[in-house]
Design a binder for this molecule. Structure first.
Ligand SMILES: [Zn+2]
Length: 344
């Protein structure tokens, strides 16, 4: 009688356990049979009421039933866990993938490469120089002695470092600082391009930054004239901006060139209608230049009686602004990926 009852309970429990779908269901079944007031637990409590002759057999049956239920609960639980893991691994090939974010070249470097290629075509070699410079190469060798008024136009960052003459080192204010460095190294004739960053203590606005890129270029050769300079500027800017640009040259004064020339290009951002970038003039000052001053050649141990040269500095940041029609120079210095990703 009692054994039959146990057998029924066992079958009932087995049926429930094998059809359970979740760990929670299994837990409920465990409590219903093996919990404090579980059906099996209650039968165990009854053992003491059973006659001693039957007690042994009854006890063994119920214990083995309890063991069987526990084992089956454990096995089913493992199955459920495995099925869950399989479900998570399941991979739907038809779901569209997530596009990874890949970088792109910065418009400044992209344009620099373009500028370098144009000049390489013209026979220039590319050189790079230090951003921390001595007063000598940045100013003195370029015909700008101490207390020359031109120094006031180039507000300079002075560093807590001294050069061999005891003067404070500076952050270079112009890539022209490389002119005499190069002249000391190689003999004319040569055509050299020096791209790089310069630093000036300036009020930052839409067309000025305290850090700006220049591409310095200089040529030393025989029979150099302003025509060579104008021809070079004209060729390079039309390669960069197309045939429709207008150029204007005006004389200006830089101590390291004689004569000095300012190059103005028609503003491509506003098509000469006037905008903050060109300060409503329709023209953007883009490339100061000139014939290299004999004193600079002498500093570079080149005889100005035999050799002549011209030099120019391209405002690379301005070129990028004009090329990509960005009306604010500061945009290029932002690390904001949303802005930079527009230039892909
Ligand atoms: Zn403009």
């Amino acid at each position: 009688m009692e054994t039959e009852e146990i057998l029924n309970l066992k079958n009932e429990a087995f049926a429930q356990i094998t059809t359970a779908q979740t760990k929670e269901e299994l837990e409920n079944i465990r409590v219903a049979y093996l919990g404090k007031n579980g059906k099996i637990t209650n039968l165990i409590k009854k053992i003491k009421n059973i006659t001693p002759e039957k007690r042994n057999k009854y006890g063994r049956t119920i214990n083995s039933t309890k063991q069987n239920i526990e084992n089956l609960l454990f096995e089913r639980k493992q199955q459920i866990i495995e099925e869950l893991e399989k479900k998570e691994e399941w991979f739907d090939l038809t779901i569209p993938g997530i596009k990874p974010q890949i970088g792109s070249k910065h418009p400044l470097l992209e344009t620099l490469k373009e500028v370098e290629n144009i000049f390489r075509y013209l026979g220039y070699q590319v050189a790079e120089g230090p951003e921390i410079e001595t007063d000598y190469y940045n100013f003195e060798a370029l015909n700008i002695p101490q207390d020359h008024p031109a120094r006031d136009m180039q507000m300079t960052f002075y560093l807590n470092l001294k050069d061999e003459k005891g003067n404070p080192k500076i952050l270079r204010t112009q890539t022209s600082a490389m002119q005499v460095r190069v002249m000391e190294q190689i003999r004319p004739p040569f055509r050299v391009l020096v791209p790089g960053r310069n630093f000036r203590y300036e009020q930052v606005d839409a067309s000025h930054g305290f850090e700006f890129w220049q591409v310095e270029g200089f040529v030393v050769d025989k029979d150099i004239s302003l025509t060579d300079l104008f021809g070079t500027i004209d060729f390079v800017l039309r390669e960069l901006f197309g045939e429709n640009i207008k150029l204007r040259f005006a004389t200006t004064n830089f101590p390291f060139v004689e004569p000095g020339v300012d190059t103005y290009m028609s503003c491509t951002i506003c098509n000469q209608k006037g905008c903050p970038f060109c300060k409503n003039t329709g023209w953007s000052e883009i490339m100061p230049a000139g014939i290299i001053h004999p004193n600079v050649l002498r500093r570079g141990k080149i005889d100005p009686e035999k050799w002549g040269g011209f030099a120019f500095a391209i405002g690379l940041s301005r070129i990028v602004n004009l090329k990509y029609r960005i009306s604010d120079l500061r945009t290029l210095n932002t690390p904001d990926i949303r802005i930079l990703s527009q230039f892909k």
